[in-house]
Design a binder for this molecule. Structure first.
Ligand code: HEC
Length: 116
């Protein structure tokens, strides 16, 4: 059995280790939005959830409206927003707390309010 160090000294594995290291470093460097999410920026987290939760599919990439209405710079309170998510008025799929908790919904709201 070769030790890890011995294996890494073998050229193909060494190249692999190097490529992996460079890839990880580059990912960390070029992912400001990911680090913003980690830092707890509500707008960046809301932006992530907007696509992750599929809102983007119906409301458009900038929440400007598509199948669903425009929801950027909403003219509704956070309470009304929550009501729409939990018990939509009409065609929209409901988002129960197991799918989208209150804190995440609040970040989504903050993100949407930050849009023009
Ligand atoms: C399957 C398509 C679809 C998806 C996915 C979807 N929506 Fe909707 N949304 C609609 C439609 C259609 C309406 C119009 C009212 C209704 O059908 O309930 C709406 C209405 C709304 C409204 C009310 C707008 C107003 O002017 O009162 C808000 C807020 C909203 N959506 C937010 C969201 C958020 C946030 C997400 C993601 C977590 C989301 N929607 C995902 C289709 C969708």
């Amino acid at each position: 059995m070769l030790t890890w160090h011995q294996r890494v000294k073998q050229p193909p594995l060494r190249a692999f280790a190097l490529v992996t290291l460079v890839a990880v470093a580059l990912t960390a460097f070029f992912s400001p939005s990911l680090s913003a999410v980690a830092d707890g920026d509500p707008i960046e987290h809301g932006r992530f959830l907007f696509s992750y939760q599929g809102c983007i599919d119906c409301h458009g990439p900038n929440a400007e409206g598509d199948v669903g209405p425009k929801i950027s710079a909403l003219d509704v309170s956070l309470d009304e927003f929550m009501t729409q998510l939990r018990t939509p008025k009409d065609q929209m799929d409901p988002y129960p707390p197991e799918l989208l908790n209150d804190a995440d919904a609040a970040d989504l709201y903050t993100f949407l309010q930050s849009l023009p």
